[in-house]
Design a protein around this ligand. Structure first.
Ligand code: MG
Ligand code: MG
Length: 258
């Protein structure tokens, strides 16, 4: 069942989205060779609590961290750990919040120092596909329009789209209807209506699309061991033009300082 949101609810979801966006940038500042991923997790938890919110993932279905920290071939749901990031790695930072009874959810994949050319293209293409998918979140379009935009863009570069995990509606629950796949045919699937708030989150692999679940029963990794990228926005469906509630502006500002 889809929960359509009032403008007041969308405002609260936006407050969550902005806090998640700022948290991702705080974490981004600390993504350097030698840092332990659990250090990033601690930093995010403190930042979220200092801003009067609660981590959205911590304890969710028993998840042990504030962030899902997924390095290289891990696509999503990686645990914070003693692993030390090294030059050339990539790390997907997926962050959730709970504030005023609603959830925030956004993700960004950071390069650690310099990455190789194929990896840089994977990050660029996946982020671009997020914007292209988000642009389809318009009243009257269908879910398949979003997935198709993501899929076409990524497959044109020879990358593959993960099928097992998808985007979702968001509100008082982190995962609400509808499901939002990153693949699909234009003009198919559920009709998008103003008042829907959804998370679009392309998970794109450099190699094959197939995945496996890691021994901790959480981490999802690429079957061929090649890298995977993950970017996520929370978006309010509107007439004419979507309202993207999250923003990578705080992250992009960091880049401009370097
Ligand atoms: Mg997420
Ligand atoms: Mg999500």
């Amino acid at each position: 069942m889809i929960h359509y949101k009032t403008l007041e609810e969308i405002e609260i979801l936006k407050e969550n989205a902005i806090l998640v966006s700022k948290t991702l940038a705080e974490v981004g500042k600390a993504v350097v060779p030698g840092v332990k991923t659990k250090t990033l997790d601690k930093l995010a938890e403190e930042y979220i609590r200092d801003n009067g919110a609660v981590p959205g993932f911590l304890g969710y279905d028993g998840f042990p961290g504030t962030l899902c920290l997924s390095v290289n071939d891990v696509i999503v749901h990686g645990f914070p750990s003693d692993y030390e990031l090294k030059e050339g790695d990539i790390i997907s930072v997926d962050c959730g919040t709970i504030y005023k009874g609603y959830f925030g959810d956004s993700a960004y994949t950071f390069p650690v120092g310099e990455v190789d050319e194929e990896t840089a293209l994977l990050l660029k293409t996946t982020e671009e596909s997020l914007y292209l998918g988000a642009a389809q979140a318009i009243d009257g379009n269908r879910i398949g329009d979003i997935g198709n935009a993501v899929q076409q863009h990524c497959e044109a570069q020879g990358f593959s789209v993960v099928r097992e995990m998808v985007g979702h509606g968001i509100g008082k629950d982190m995962h609400e209807d509808p499901m939002v796949p990153n693949y699909g045919k234009p003009g198919t699937g559920k009709k998008l209506r103003e008042g829907m708030v959804i998370c679009v989150e392309p998970m794109i692999n450099a190699g094959v699309k197939e995945v496996y679940i890691q021994d901790n029963n959480w981490g999802v990794a690429t079957e061929d061991g090649k890298k995977s990228a993950h970017f996520e926005f929370t978006i309010a469906v509107k007439k004419g033009k979507p309202q993207i509630l999250t923003t990578f502006d705080y992250i992009n500002k960091l880049k401009n300082k370097n």
